[in-house]
Design a protein around this ligand. Structure first.
Ligand code: IPM
Ligand code: MG
Length: 354
């Protein structure tokens, strides 16, 4: 029996809908496998700005600190989208990732045969697609010096990486590759950027500890193309914060929808932050149209990485797979003009499959 405290940060838009469904799945897992999960909710993002003026208030950090893991929905929305506003929902997310030093963001991408028809790509290209992005999450251009200058007619951001920052995420990626098919693609732009030459140099050095892993260096622009032309050739990919952000959205096309993909953000220990890679989708919020899969699969990653419950994680993943195979579809993965079920109905099927 595992006892765990989980901080739940629903956030904005469809965030509350999808996190409540993932919590239902975790409750079902607790009942079925005899675990004891306690959920503590806290505010984050736009809703936190409205309530406290701060996108990630101290009480939220405290709730998270007293937990074994965080389950997060999504943040942001038109109400807070003025890019000149001094306080923005996304800042809260970046702050919490940084506060807990969650430097390795794992984003598994796999295709489901049941959804092959739903992607714009040829079905034969999608066979055997099963990759893992390891995105650096607490460095690079997201956290380097930035400034708007003069009266707003120039601005800069800085892509800044240190050797230890690249080393630690590279170790995560090589270890992940060892547990899979022993292939790692390191994504960079070493032909142009100094920070990316440091990235490549460092990855090459870390590789010395993992001689059983085959390493290839792929320039980010070429990688963007290969993800569409030969996606099955990738296994583990390691990328900087921004390149990983961009490429993982692109890769979600392979899975049929952005709504399908989960993520785990990990630091040095077992504590982690789990969130779908999609955003708050304010246009469909509150309509029962959201796909809860990305968040439910994030809960599976939480079971796996923070709680060490591999069998439980697998049970959730196969329940989702089973539901997709049965033909159940949320709006985003329904055939054009075809029938779809609500967020709740989809979740009910997952619970039943569990
Ligand atoms: C993601 C999101 C975030 C990011 C935003 C909301 C700040 O796009 O998690 O991929 O860029 O990291
Ligand atoms: Mg993103």
């Amino acid at each position: 029996m595992v006892k765990a405290t989980i901080a739940v940060l629903p956030g904005d838009g469809i965030g509350p809908e999808v996190t409540s469904k993932a919590v239902a799945v975790l409750n079902k897992v607790a009942a079925k496998f005899g675990h004891d999960f306690v959920f503590n909710e806290a505010i984050m993002g736009g809703i936190a700005i409205d309530t406290t003026g701060d996108s990630c208030p101290p009480e939220t950090i405290k709730t998270a600190e007293q937990s074994d893991a965080i389950l997060l929905g999504a943040v942001g929305g038109p109400k807070w989208s003025d890019p000149t506003a001094p306080v923005r929902p996304e800042q809260g997310l970046l702050r919490i990732r940084k506060h807990f030093e969650l430097f390795a963001n794992l984003r598994p991408v796999k295709t489901y045969p049941a959804l092959a028809q739903h992607t714009p790509l040829r079905a034969d290209l999608l066979q055997n697609v099963d990759m893992l992005f390891v995105r650096e999450l607490t460095g690079g251009i997201y956290f380097g010096p930035q400034q708007e200058q003069g009266n707003g007619d120039s601005a800069y951001d800085t892509e800044l990486y240190t050797v230890p920052e690249v080393e630690r995420v590279a170790h995560v990626a090589f270890r992940a590759a060892q547990g899979r098919s022993k292939k790692l693609a390191s994504i960079d732009k070493a032909n142009v950027m100094a920070s990316m030459r440091l990235w490549r140099r460092t990855v090459v050095r870390v590789h010395e500890d993992y001689s059983d892993v085959e390493l290839e260096h792929v320039l980010v622009d070429a990688c963007a193309m290969y993800l569409m032309t030969r996606p099955a050739s990738f296994d583990v990919l390691v990328a900087s914060n921004m390149f990983g952000d961009i490429l993982s959205d692109e890769a979600s096309v392979l899975a049929g929808s952005l709504g399908m993909l989960p993520s785990a953000s990990l630091g040095a220990g077992t504590f982690g932050l789990y969130e779908p890679i999609h955003g708050s989708a304010p246009d469909i919020a509150g309509q029962g149209k959201a796909n809860p899969t990305g968040t439910i699969l994030s809960a599976a990653l939480l079971l796996r990485y923070s709680l060490g419950l591999e069998a439980e994680a697998k049970a959730v993943e196969s329940a989702v797979e089973q539901v997709l195979e049965s033909g159940a579809r949320t709006a985003d993965i329904a055939p054009r003009g075809g029938e779809y079920i609500s967020t709740s109905e989809f979740t009910e099927s997952v619970l039943a499959a569990l």
